[in-house]
Ligand binder design. Structure first.
Ligand code: FAD
Ligand code: DLZ
Ligand code: SF4
Length: 508
């Protein structure tokens, strides 16, 4: 027999490693739609549609090229609804001489995959996922022997390695990082150009009906689905971003605005993560726009840093530190996830906006994830497992390799500072500076006690006070600790009492 080549739902790339050296005359490509992958967290319905529809489009494109594809459908009555069971059934059908797969994006799946050989009696080859720009052994070599891992140094190595935005040995513009120029709030009246929407075709509509019937109870709206599900549409989305939004991406990268869910962001994460778009293509596109004078350097550099830097870095961190990483809980957080993360009403406008657009679009941009929903979880001490599962469920671009380091490490500091040198904790002043949310809010961002106090304020100071001993060892926390020490102790006691009442009400 030939080879059974397994392609997972987030591996819909023409040149995915498992398909290299494919022999159409003898090999079969196996794709599996299984219930277990749709429910291990309650994924947003749009995320399930994205993955299943992309799989069906990809299978159709392979078949059109004369490749034999065995595509197990979710509604196949014989479906065992798990990867292991489906691989075993496919082995019985095709009697392959070997199985070839690509390294998956989740530890859970890798563990399962490692058992396929013993379970089936057929040799299994797991190939490195070559879609990433930094091979895992290279990341390990970089990380080996470090006590903490700072993105900035990794990023510079990646710039040198790829030559992106380099002028000889020096960074273009004489600076590696223009982050300081990427912190403007959105000026009043500025309307960012809307991103293109990709209307569902027949295949997507069929998947939408299936998902509505089976997973309609999951949090999230299904109607309005507009994500690219083919490589061609993903490319069109990238081109539209570079043309319309990249020039201002840098300036307003950290801005938030009510009724503006996407601002100048690219929305390419779903396409990158499931294989529809190549990260180097996205970076080269932005670099070219700068060289052509279409986009300023702070925009091109800001965008490239996210993909060449952050995206590769978090993936390296994940595989370097798993499986122990997920279990860490450096701040001893244990509070259950409040109901407003699932859409229950809240008086906090910033939270309500972030959650509502997450429900409608399966999308929130970086600063909303980090400084609103993430910051709240950090300050309130939400249990890592609960908040991590929420992020993994509700965003269309969420796969554990990228979600976990961002939530566990960056947002809630559960890794004790392996990734970030200090917690991304902020009071209402930050949200008020970077957004217009506070203007229409029942709370007052300037108050920390009293009936209109903003919860981000008393929770912030309660958080700093709660962890003061731990933070005393961190020079980067000296400023908030000094401010706390200078406050009137009666004021601190009042804020902490307010926090205690607020948190007790959350739990009740
Ligand atoms: P843009 O702002 O246009 O950025 C361009 C691209 O850069 C993104 O498409 C993405 O591929 C990459 N990128 C940017 N920031 C990061 C980052 N911190 N880590 C990795 N890649 C990055 N990203 C995911 O792809 N999946 C997730 O599940 C995910 N969960 C997150 C959870 C939290 C708590 C935080 C703080 C961030 C998370 N991110 C995640 C990173 C980032 O928020 C999203 O990649 C981004 O919002 C996607 O929207 P965009 O394509 O419009 O991004
Ligand atoms: C997220 C997801 C969903 C919803 N469904 C499937 C599926 O039916 N079949 C599949 O192969 N993959 C699916 N995925 C992605 C997986 O959960 C997982 O993230 C990847 O296999 C990791 O590489
Ligand atoms: Fe959020 Fe507080 Fe601003 Fe309201 S006042 S939007 S709760 S930061």
């Amino acid at each position: 027999g030939g080879a059974l080549r397994v392609v997972l739902g987030d591996q819909c790339a023409r040149d995915i490693a498992a398909l290299r050296d494919l022999d159409p005359a003898r090999d079969t490509v196996l794709m599996m739609e299984v219930q277990e992958e749709c429910t291990y967290v309650p994924h947003h319905p749009q995320k399930i549609v994205l993955v299943l529809s992309a799989m069906r489009h990809f299978a159709r494109a392979l078949a059109a090229r004369g490749v034999r594809v065995d595509h197990v459908r979710l509604d196949d009555p014989a479906n065992t609804h798990g990867f292991r069971g489906e691989v075993l059934r496919a082995v019985a059908r095709h009697r392959p001489a070997r199985i070839v797969a690509t390294h998956p994006g989740e530890w859970r799946v890798l563990e399962d995959m490692r058992g396929w050989e013993a379970a089936s009696g057929v040799p299994v080859e797991i190939r490195e996922d070559a879609r990433f720009l930094c091979p895992l052994p290279r990341f390990r070599a970089w990380a080996e022997g470090r006590k903490s891992y700072r993105m900035e140094f990794f990023y510079r190595e990646m710039r040198r390695m790829t030559g992106l935005l380099m002028e000889g040995d020096a960074p273009a513009g004489g600076q590696w990082n223009f982050d300081a120029e990427n912190r403007s709030a959105l000026p009043e009246g500025m309307a960012p150009p809307p991103p293109p929407r990709f209307a569902p075709d027949g295949i997507t509509r069929e998947v939408m009906a299936l998902v509505a019937a089976r997973f309609g109870a999951h949090f999230g709206a299904l109607e309005g689905f507009a994500w690219p599900v083919t490589a061609r549409d993903a490319r069109a989305a990238l081109d539209a971003f570079i043309r319309d939004r990249l020039p201002r991406f840098g300036d307003y990268q950290d801005a938030m605005a009510a009724g503006q869910p996407t601002l100048f962001h690219s929305l390419v994460s779903t396409s990158l993560n499931i294989g529809l778009l190549d990260p180097m293509e996205a970076c080269r596109g932005a670099e070219q726009a700068w060289r052509d004078g279409h986009a300023p350097l702070n925009a091109a550099e800001g965008f490239i840093r996210q993909i060449l830097g952050w995206r590769e870095y978090v993936r390296g961190i994940y595989w370097h530190l798993m499986p122990g990483y997920a279990a860490e809980n450096a701040l001893g957080a244990g509070r259950p996830l409040p109901a407003f993360y699932w859409g229950a009403p809240t008086s906090m406008r910033c939270m309500a906006e972030a959650v509502a657009q997450t429900r409608d679009l399966a999308y929130a941009h970086h600063i909303q994830r980090l400084m609103v929903t993430g910051n709240f979880a950090l300050l309130a001490g939400i249990a890592p497992a609960e908040i991590n599962a929420w992020y993994l469920a509700v965003y269309a671009d969420a796969f554990e390799w990228v979600a976990l380091p961002n939530t566990h490490g960056m947002a809630i500091h559960a890794d004790g500072g392996l990734m970030a040198s200090k917690p991304y904790a902020a009071s209402a002043a930050y949200i008020n500076r970077m957004s217009d949310y506070c203007r229409g809010c029942a709370h007052d961002p300037k108050q920390a006690t009293g009936p209109r106090a903003c919860p981000f304020n008393f929770l912030y100071w309660d958080f700093i006070a709660r962890h003061a001993d731990r933070f005393a060892a961190n020079p980067r926390m000296a400023l908030p600790l000094r401010s706390l020490a200078r406050m009137d102790p009666r004021n601190v006691a009042a804020m902490r009492a307010e926090a205690g009442r607020f948190l007790a009400a959350l739990d009740g």
